[in-house]
Design a protein around this ligand. Structure first.
Ligand SMILES: *Cc1c(COP(=O)(O)O)cnc(C)c1O
Length: 497
């Protein structure tokens, strides 16, 4: 069976899984994909007998065949044995006639931990002894935080995170500046998230930088387009299904639905992969916030990024180009790389593309889509807390009304809502929703929420306020490349690294 990856934009590309993980994305700017995904079906009966890491081992073995069984076991152990606050990793909680899959039990209390705890471990086993990698990440909050936690103190690797000065939440900033490792670097830039992102992309292609860092050091990305981050996320869809079987809500083979708060389309794409591998999923429901590019796409097949950008109470979903959507287009166009390349060229020259009726219809067979604006998000947090005593963060809440609409059309199929962050990561919006106001101080707001709800505060979010804060410079966007060169030389001058 063919297990070489190719590029969404060029079918002549063939790459093995270890190289694909180290590289991140293809030279043609396409994403790495595995052709004929449904040829790799997983036996549902046997995977359902495993614990979380056992399920993960089966999935990784299928999709990352260049790793030995021993390597995979070691990676899973290092990623998940100690850093999550529950053995279930992603526990399922029943609320009314739906279930919430809590993806926020990792070290930074956001779902990105599931992928970013494992990616560095996979990368470690993919690197040759002489190779060194500096990970670059531009972040609006959660990615940088989770990436720092995942990569800190890993051998042969370093990480440099750029965030917009004044552009992340106080909690996220505190988390980043208190993550201390011998290989971690953080700088804020005078500019917004797009400036940070654009300049990181430029650094990847900067020949001058490549010359200065030397041929043994490569630059890579911890963005959700890396298959080493995407594949670990397939596991929790299987785990959710297993937990429904264990609580006698379904029998093996029954279909279920998922609603997923969506930004870059990584989380929900992993659900589509799970379906292709044989998990009985009926519909995957995409939930956006006011930045509803995808909801519009579902109406007419036009993806148009030329639109107003909203800063919402669910900032990790404030995205206009959902990078991983490109992979769905690849599969839904019949793995037609030429077609995908044309669409992506249209997007970069005109800011929009239109897919054929066929492609749109095929997407609609597996997916539905809706959105919640800030008002709907706060209403949902309040309603669900008052009616069911369950506290949602604003990202999770963006899925609530979208999910309810689907449940009205289909009340029989069990529904799981993915919860992507702890409510204590976004305390102002949560406090506004349930208490009608929030305090200037984050610590006080956190206490107020706790005193009212008695929902436990994750340890990592209380600990950060007592830790020493690392120095982090504020730099101009055009100084980012020299910052990277300097950090490469500092991190890798040490023999240990
Ligand atoms: C990143 C993130 C999302 C969006 O996930 P994608 O995989 O980018 O679609 C949603 N909620 C939170 C809290 C996040 O950090």
């Amino acid at each position: 069976m063919e297990t070489q990856y190719t590029s969404t934009r060029n079918s002549n590309v063939h790459i093995n899984t270890k190289e694909a993980i180290v590289k991140g994305f293809s030279d043609d700017n396409g994403l790495f994909v595995l052709p004929h995904l449904s040829d790799h079906k997983i036996n549902l009966g046997s995977i359902m007998k495993q614990d979380y890491q056992g399920m993960a081992a089966i999935i990784l073995q299928k999709l990352l065949p260049d790793f030995s069984a021993t390597e995979i076991k070691q990676c899973l152990h290092d990623a998940y044995d100690h850093s999550f606050d529950t053995k279930k990793i992603t526990p399922l909680v029943q609320v009314d006639n739906f279930h919430v899959l809590e993806l926020f039990h990792g070290p930074t209390s956001a779902f990105k931990d599931v992928g970013l705890q494992l990616l560095p471990q996979l990368m470690k086993h993919a690197l040759k002894p002489e190779q060194r990698v500096m990970i670059l990440a531009a972040t609006s909050g959660d990615t940088g935080t989770a990436a720092l936690a995942g990569f800190k103190n890993t051998k042969q690797m370093g990480i440099t995170v750029f965030y917009p000065h004044g552009g992340v939440s106080p909690i996220q900033q505190q988390q980043m500046l208190t993550t201390k490792g011998n290989n971690t670097n953080v700088a804020s830039i005078k500019g917004n998230f797009d400036d940070a992102q654009t300049n990181v992309k430029k650094i990847f292609n900067n020949q001058n930088v490549k010359k200065q860092i030397g041929k043994h050091v490569s630059l890579s990305s911890a963005n959700s387009i890396n298959i080493g981050r995407l594949i670990p996320q397939i596991v929790y869809y299987f785990s959710a299904y297993q937990q429904l079987i264990q609580s006698h809500q379904i029998q093996i083979g029954d279909q279920i639905n998922f609603t997923v708060p969506t930004g870059n389309f990584g989380d929900i794409l992993a659900g589509y992969y799970a379906k292709k591998l044989g998990l009985p999923i009926k519909k995957l429901v995409i939930a956006c916030n006011a930045n509803n590019v995808l909801a519009d796409f579902f109406h007419d097949g036009v993806y148009n990024r030329n639109r107003k950008f909203y800063k919402t109470v669910a900032p990790s979903m404030d995205i206009q180009v959902s990078s991983n959507f490109e992979r769905l287009l690849y599969y839904k166009s019949g793995e037609n790389a030429e077609y995908v390349k044309q669409l992506m060229d249209d997007l970069s020259t005109n800011g929009q593309y239109r897919v054929s009726k066929d492609v749109l219809n095929r997407i609609k067979q597996d997916f539905s889509c809706g959105f919640s604006d800030d008002r709907a998000i706060e209403d949902s947090i309040k309603t669900v807390y008052q009616k069911y005593h369950y506290l949602m963060d604003p990202h999770t809440a963006a899925g609530y009304q979208v999910m309810r609409k689907i449940q009205k059309q289909d009340s029989k199929t069990p529904m799981i809502l993915l919860s992507t962050a702890s409510p204590y990561k976004f305390v102002s919006a949560v406090s506004d929703a349930i208490l009608g106001h929030h305090d200037q101080s984050v610590i006080q707001t956190t206490k107020n929420i706790y005193n009212t709800t008695k929902v436990k505060i994750p340890n990592n979010l209380t600990d950060i306020w007592d830790l020493p804060i690392a120095k982090s410079p504020v730099i101009e966007p055009n100084a980012m490349s020299s910052f990277v060169v300097q950090k490469v030389s500092e991190v890798f001058s040490n023999d240990q690294n």
